[in-house]
Design a protein around this ligand. Structure first.
Ligand code: ARG
Length: 257
């Protein structure tokens, strides 16, 4: 008898577990298709960690895009210079990383319509003898800190290092380049204006030069093999721009000066 009861109990438990799993997966949207976004979460206010969660402008825009596509967003944090190769390889659906549209990148991936403007700026120590961007291509040679593979890296490599006018020092993270500046290992850092502001606000004795290095457009990178996704992202971006959602997200992270 005891045996029978425990058998029945075991069977009941099985059914219960099954049922639980069933509802669970439906509620979690496990049947929803996943939209994978590759980023490099070292770039406030576009992507950075809050606890163990990647937040920021890109993360929030991606979340509403995914919602519009009826998909579930999964954010993958990776090295900045590995994002495009991974998208080309079909490892992730899209790249959102405050990523600038450039001619070179357009040869490898497609870009959505632009959703933000970025400006490459120069961070120096307070009292630095570098006072304008032109000083970087002047008679004196300087060491310039950048994040590997970013436009700050590309431009300073072409304009300064390749011309024999100075040296480029490359770091995995923008924040590491800024640390190097603080301890005098580099003379300046070239990086996008919003992270620059965030990094300068966190440290004493740094400032951003008034003259900018370059202005550029941020967009979502998508594999050339996936024109349908690109079209859907553009459609979603247009709707989010029209109904003010995009601006609301930006305003949440970038306070007007
Ligand atoms: N806008 C620059 C570029 O596209 C820097 C982007 C860096 N982004 C990041 N998430 N670390 O090259």
């Amino acid at each position: 008898m005891k045996k029978i009861i425990s058998l029945i109990l075991a069977a009941a438990l099985c059914i219960f577990v099954f049922a639980a799993c069933g509802t669970d997966s439906a509620e979690n949207g496990a049947d929803k298709k996943v939209l994978t976004m590759a980023t490099n979460a070292e770039f406030p206010p576009y992507e950075f960690y809050e606890g163990d969660k990647v937040v920021g402008i890109d993360a929030e825009i991606a979340a509403v895009i995914a919602e519009k596509l009826g998909m579930e967003l999964e954010i993958v944090d990776t090295a900045f210079d590995s994002i495009i190769p991974a998208i080309v390889a079909g490892k992730y659906d899209m790249g959102m990383a405050g990523m600038t549209v450039t001619e070179e990148r357009l040869e490898e991936v497609n870009f959505s319509d632009s959703y933000a403007t970025g400006v490459q700026v120069v961070i120096v120590k307070e009292g630095s003898e570098i006072t304008t961007v032109d000083d970087l291509t002047g008679d004196k040679k300087y060491t310039i800190g950048v994040q590997t593979g970013t436009t700050g890296d590309l431009y300073s490599t072409w304009d300064i290092e390749d011309e024999g006018l100075g040296t480029v020092s490359r770091f995995n993270k923008g924040a590491d380049a800024v640390e190097a500046l603080k301890i005098g290992k580099v003379d300046c850092v070239i990086i996008d204006n919003e992270p620059a502001k965030a990094f300068v606000a966190e440290s004493e004795g740094l400032k951003i030069l008034d003259t900018a290095y370059a202005e550029e457009q941020y967009a979502v990178a998508v594999s050339k093999e996936n024109p349908e996704l690109l079209e859907n992202i553009n459609k979603a971006l247009a709707e989010l721009t029209a109904d003010g959602t995009l601006q609301k997200i930006v305003d949440k992270y970038i306070k007007a000066e």
